[in-house]
Design a protein around this ligand. Structure first.
Ligand code: GRF
Length: 234
């Protein structure tokens, strides 16, 4: 039984598109299907992409009262198993996050916990990376919990910062790596390969042999080689 996936997006939807394309390539081997796209913005390009695929494309009404009733009911009505945040700029109501614990993921255009948290999204992230003078940024895919950008990390991938980068060139290089990493994370979570319990927990307080060992990149090493030039911005 394939997982029924909802994608929440506020912007152009290039990550949504990368996920749709990756699942098309997986064909019958895919473990899920995107069956719903929702946005807090009626003009989101992600909604147009959904319509182009014949998928339900729903504008989330600002909840008349806090609590996300419209989102909760929508996910229930569409029998959603996995929620994928792909540039969704609203905080998901706590009761929805609680209901989808271990079944809601997000992608962030930096190496969390660095350059994350409330207000850190889009170009703001890349400006902060450049201002900090770091030489490496990257992409983080993680489970969602009640605090922005804090949930258990599923996978990360490094992206170099070049001396002549501005926020635009850096964002473009990071986005290309997002489009490689995120669909594979979504596929792994949909297939039950990456779970809240088995994602590599590198916690010195936990005895080494008691630490979960799953790392997506360990399974995808073959892809690292073929795609590392992408991360290097060649
Ligand atoms: C991406 O940069 C992602 O890291 C961030 O929001 C952006 C979404 O872009 N969470 P798109 O709408 O998928 O093109």
């Amino acid at each position: 039984m394939r997982a029924r996936i909802a994608v929440l997006a506020s912007g152009g939807g290039s990550n949504l598109q990368a996920i749709l394309d990756h699942f098309d390539r997986l064909g019958d081997a895919r473990a899920g299907d995107v069956v719903l796209v929702a946005s807090d913005r009626a003009d989101a390009g992600a909604l147009n992409r959904a319509v182009g695929r014949g998928l339900p494309a729903v504008v989330l009404q600002a909840a008349a009262r806090p609590g996300g009733a419209p989102l909760d009911a929508l996910l229930h009505d569409h029998r959603i198993d996995l929620v994928v945040l792909a540039g969704y700029l609203r905080l998901v109501p706590a009761e929805v996050v609680a209901r989808f614990r271990g079944r809601m993921v997000n992608v962030h255009p930096a190496l969390l916990p660095a350059f994350g948290g409330a207000g850190m999204y889009g170009q703001r992230v890349h400006h902060a990376v450049l201002e900090a003078g770091v030489r490496v940024t990257g992409v983080t895919a993680h489970f969602v919990d009640e605090v922005y950008d804090r949930g258990r990390i599923i996978a990360q991938w490094p992206v170099p910062v070049f001396p002549r980068d501005d926020a635009g060139t850096l964002a473009a290089r990071v986005l290309r790596v997002e489009h490689i990493l995120y669909p594979r994370v979504v596929a792994a979570v949909a297939a039950g390969r990456a779970t809240l319990d088995n994602c590599a927990l590198i916690d010195p307080r936990v005895p080494v042999d008691a630490r979960p060992a799953f790392t997506l990149l360990a399974h995808e090493e073959s892809r690292l080689a073929e795609n590392i030039d992408l991360a290097l911005g060649c």
